[in-house]
Unconditional design. Structure first.
Length: 220
C-alpha cells in the first residue's frame, strides 16, 4: 500500500483509535511539512494514546515550524489531563531546543504533583541547555525521589555550569553504584579543574564501569 497524505488523512479521521494510531506511524513516511500539518489534527484527540503519539512526533516534526510547535506543546503541558502526555510535551520542548518555554517548564514543575512530569522536566532542562535551569536542578537534587535525583545529576552535567561540581561531589561516594556512575558521567563533562580530583578517586572505584568512565573523563 502506497502511503499518501490522503490515505493518512482518512485514517486520522477514523472513529477507531487504532486506525488513528496507525496513521501517526505512517506519517513518518510523508514529507515533513505535510506530516507536521497532519499531526496537528490529532494533537487534541479524545484518546490519550493518540495524543501521546502525536505529541511525541512533534519532537521531530516541530522543526518545520518551531513557533507553531511551541504553541501546541504549551497547550498539552497546561491543558492535558494525562501526565504522560504532559511529560511527552516537556520532552519535545527539550528535543526542539525551545528555550522560550523555560518559564512554562518551571511553572509546571512547581505546580504539578505528578512525578513523571517532574522527571521529564528535569531531564529536559539538561537538553535545553538554558542556564536558568540551574536552580531547579539544584532543588531536584534534594528530592526524596531517587529517580528525580538521578536525572538531575545527569542534567547538571549537560548544563555545564561549574557551580554544579560542589553539588555533585557528595553523590560521588553514594553507596548505590548507579548513582556514582551517573555522577562520573556528569563530572566528565566539566573541564573545570575542580572536577579532576573526584574523577581520579572514581577512577579507582571497585565497579569497573565507573572506573572506566572516570578514566575516559580524565582523558577528555
Amino acid at each position: 500500500m502506497t502511503v499518501t497524505p490522503e490515505s493518512v488523512r482518512e485514517l486520522l479521521g477514523s472513529s477507531d483509535f487504532s486506525d488513528r494510531l496507525h496513521a501517526i506511524n505512517l506519517i513518518r513516511q510523508l514529507e515533513p511539512t505535510i506530516a507536521f500539518e497532519l499531526i496537528q489534527t490529532v494533537i487534541e484527540d479524545n484518546n490519550v494514546r493518540v495524543r501521546y503519539a502525536a505529541v511525541s512526533q512533534v519532537a521531530t516534526l516541530g522543526k518545520q515550524d518551531p513557533a507553531k510547535a511551541l504553541i501546541l506543546l504549551r497547550g498539552r503541558m497546561y491543558r492535558d489531563s494525562e501526565a504522560d502526555v504532559q511529560a511527552a510535551a516537556a520532552d519535545a520542548i527539550g528535543a526542539l531546543q525551545l528555550t522560550e518555554a523555560f518559564d512554562d517548564l518551571k511553572q509546571l514543575y512547581e505546580r504539578t504533583s505528578e512525578w513523571l512530569v517532574r522527571f521529564s522536566i528535569i531531564a529536559t532542562l539538561g537538553e535545553l541547555g538554558d542556564p536558568r535551569g540551574f536552580e531547579l536542578l539544584e532543588e531536584a537534587l534534594k528530592s526524596d525521589q531517587e529517580l528525580l535525583r538521578m536525572v538531575a545529576i545527569g542534567s547538571l552535567g549537560e548544563l555545564g555550569d561549574a557551580r554544579a561540581i560542589d553539588l555533585l561531589i557528595p553523590f560521588a561516594s553514594d553507596p548505590d553504584w548507579q548513582v556514582r556512575y551517573r555522577v562520573t558521567q556528569a563530572l566528565g563533562r566539566f573541564k573545570d579543574a575542580a572536577a579532576r580530583p573526584i574523577l581520579e578517586k572514581l577512577a579507582t572505584d571497585e565497579v569497573s564501569q565507573i572506573a572506566q568512565e572516570a578514566q575516559a573523563g580524565l582523558q577528555a
